[in-house]
Design a protein around this ligand. Structure first.
Ligand SMILES: [Zn+2]
Length: 336
């Protein structure tokens, strides 16, 4: 079943109308329809997706894509004129926080927000953030995902709240309520145990060929994640310590020059990439962090939006050009 409005094509998936907006190169995306369910994907920036509501009497009405407009300044001086609560509302944090793709980004954002700006948050924003932390705890436990990063965030938030309770804005009873909430979430996540898989005779991860396992582990972007994989069993320890995995890690985090300083005099087959990674990471300020989805800033219209959701660009004729914004950079541009 298909419908069209203002040149866009729609299909109905699972009872929802879904629009495949074709960005700057309609032909390249022709026929590719995607909904906003949270399956992993490497989506082209030019492709926009939005779910639209059905109005039986008047046809299809599109919902504006979430965007925070009029970001001024560059680098650490980027700013929005909107309040924190409005900024979070415009970017649909309440809806998106518990989506799989955006979970890690939001988890990290709440961590840095509470760690550095807790004393500046209004009572309304505090209430909102603690509510989101509770929602994330419920989601992580029910899906058995994101346990480790969420535990870290809750641990740091709990420490911040305990240490700064008196400097927080709001009544004593409200502060106590927030303290108890985050304490409860931390306890729940700390006591969480993964469900052991029953011996159902089906294939498991370890049944995959070694080359497949290496390619899967290469998708991890943080060294501690690879180490954690190595700690699970002897088979995965061998895979995680494979030279190809650490070579991929080196080229993900460091540029050719940084790597070349250590390997240019070696024969490539003899390079110990784990050692190269250790040496390069000592010289590097921080490692790159990958997110399933994250905020990006449109360089053409200065709108901030979610990378996989897209935005209605105010300068649609220009070549799309976006700058990734980390959780810490997003925090910097807020009015706090
Ligand atoms: Zn734009």
């Amino acid at each position: 079943m298909e419908a069209s409005s203002r040149g866009n094509a729609y299909v109905k998936i699972n009872g929802l109308w879904v629009i495949a907006s074709l960005g700057s190169d309609p032909d390249s995306s022709k026929g590719k329809f995607r909904d906003n369910r949270d399956e992993p994907s490497h989506q082209d920036n030019s492709q926009r997706i939005v779910t639209v509501q059905i109005d039986n009497s008047n046809g299809v009405h599109s919902i504006p894509l979430p965007v925070l407009r009029n970001i001024t300044g560059i680098g650490r001086h980027r700013k929005t004129h909107e309040s924190v609560s409005t900024a979070l509302e415009k970017l649909k944090f309440e809806e998106y926080t518990v989506q799989l793709r955006k979970f890690s980004f939001c988890c990290e954002f709440y961590r840095v927000l509470m760690k550095h700006k807790l004393h500046r948050l209004s009572g309304t924003v505090q209430k909102y953030i603690f509510h989101m932390l509770e929602q994330m705890t419920n989601t992580a436990i029910s899906l058995e995902l994101f346990i480790s990063p969420l535990r870290q965030t809750l641990k740091e938030v709990f420490e911040c709240v305990s240490a700064n309770e008196r400097s927080m804005i709001g009544s004593k009873s409200m502060r106590r309520k927030h303290h108890d909430l985050v304490s409860n979430c931390l306890t729940r996540i700390s006591l969480f145990q993964y469900t052991e898989r029953e011996d159902d005779g089906n294939l498991s991860l370890l049944d995959l060929p070694k080359e497949c396992l290496i390619n899967i582990i290469k998708k991890l972007d943080q060294p501690h994640d690879i180490i954690n994989v190595a700690l699970t069993c002897s088979t995965l320890e061998v895979i995680a310590m494979d030279n190809a995995v650490w070579e991929s890690m080196c080229f993900h985090h460091f540029n050719d020059k940084e790597i070349g300083d250590f390997v240019s005099h070696m024969e490539l087959y003899s390079v110990d990439w784990l050692e190269v990674f250790k040496i390069c990471s000592k010289k590097s300020k921080s490692l790159k962090k990958l997110y399933g989805d994250q905020l990006v800033l449109c360089n053409n219209c200065r709108g901030l939006f979610w990378r996989t959701v897209g935005h209605d660009c105010m300068n649609p004729d220009k070549q799309p050009s976006n700058t990734p914004i980390s959780p810490a950079e997003f925090l910097d541009l807020l009015n706090l």
